[in-house]
Design a protein around this ligand. Structure first.
Ligand SMILES: Nc1ncnc2c1ncn2[C@@H]1O[C@H](COP(=O)(O)OP(=O)(O)OP(=O)(O)O)[C@@H](O)[C@H]1O
Length: 292
């Protein structure tokens, strides 16, 4: 089932236009929504999830007209918000049983079966008897996925799930998403480029409420072929280089020098060497130029 968004605009009461005429089509698999803080990612996700209304625009998921019939979408939606709040002092298994009852799974046998499945897919089976309130950040996020999987959603929306997770937990979480993405439509937002590189079939880059790029990571990188240049400079030279060249990123080396990456259609000068474009270049060039 396809998610089709057209002309979606949202302005908050304080005058901030968080979504500015967003058009987006998302098919099956993993879709990564990439953007810096304040780009509008949560606003887009909350609007798709029917938690807030847009000023104008349309959202369709398969044959569901989402804005006219929010209840129909909610039945097939699994949404994990950025902040999930406080969990009660109850074991994961008991809490899932409670959620499953709330979701209308009335047969005890059915509940048992689905709870086992979701605990296994999120790698929480071994800790199912532990209290969720004592879980680590990463385990809580995986528990969030477990509970949203209970009613077998067709559309899964996960808002910045890796924020604040340590590298090992982040990795574990992304593996869970990868597994789920194999047979669901999953949209997840992040400001971490590495999160989407290998995981997502398609990405969208959002900034200032606008979709600036949408496509596959590989196509995006290919568009920058021959346009990314790199060289090492002294730290003290940075201001001069920033004035003369279109620097898209700079990273410190151990010896206090900097690796700079520059975007240019042609070789900036003979001291620069051509670099293989990376998704991070795509992200920075898109944010800087308002397009790729
Ligand atoms: N309820 C609200 N009322 C007023 N302004 C809001 C509200 N929610 C978000 N905003 C503003 O809308 C813009 C987009 O915010 P949003 O939270 O959608 O971005 P985001 O990409 O999810 O950012 P972050 O990564 O920081 O969560 C920001 O300028 C934000 O301050």
């Amino acid at each position: 089932m396809k998610l089709k968004i057209s002309g979606l605009t949202k302005t908050y009461k304080n005058g901030v236009m968080a979504l500015d005429n967003v058009d987006l089509e998302i098919g099956a698999g993993m879709f990564g929504l990439l953007g810096p803080n304040g780009a509008g990612k949560s606003s887009l996700m909350r609007t798709i999830s029917t938690l807030q209304s847009p000023d104008s625009g349309e959202i369709h998921f398969g044959d569901i007209n989402v804005l006219n019939n929010p209840m129909a979408l909610r039945k097939v939606l699994g949404y994990l918000p950025q902040e999930f709040g406080v969990y009660p002092n109850m074991s994961a298994e008991r809490l899932l049983n409670y959620f499953a009852q709330l979701k209308g799974i009335s047969s005890k046998e059915d509940r048992k079966k689905i709870i086992k499945e979701v605990l296994e897919v999120t790698n929480l089976w071994d800790v199912r008897n532990k209290s969720v309130s004592g879980y680590s950040g990463g385990m809580k996020q995986r528990f969030g996925i477990a509970q949203l999987l209970l009613n077998n959603p067709k559309l899964i929306i996960v808002d910045e799930p890796t924020a604040g997770l340590d590298p090992a937990e982040r990795h574990r979480f992304l593996n869970v998403l990868r597994e789920i993405g194999a047979n669901h439509t999953v949209i997840f937002s992040t400001h971490i480029v590495d999160d989407v590189r290998e995981l997502c079939r398609e990405i969208g880059i959002l900034n200032g409420g606008k979709i600036l790029y949408r496509g596959t990571p590989t196509d995006a990188e290919a568009q920058l072929d021959g346009k990314i240049w790199m060289r090492i400079i002294e730290r003290s030279e940075l201001d001069d280089f920033a004035r003369d060249f279109n620097i898209i990123s700079s990273n410190f080396n151990q010896d206090n020098t900097l690796n700079i990456r520059v975007y240019s259609e042609t070789q900036p000068n003979e001291t620069f060497v051509m670099a293989k474009p990376q998704l991070e270049d795509v992200y920075f060039v898109t944010l800087k130029n308002d397009r790729l």
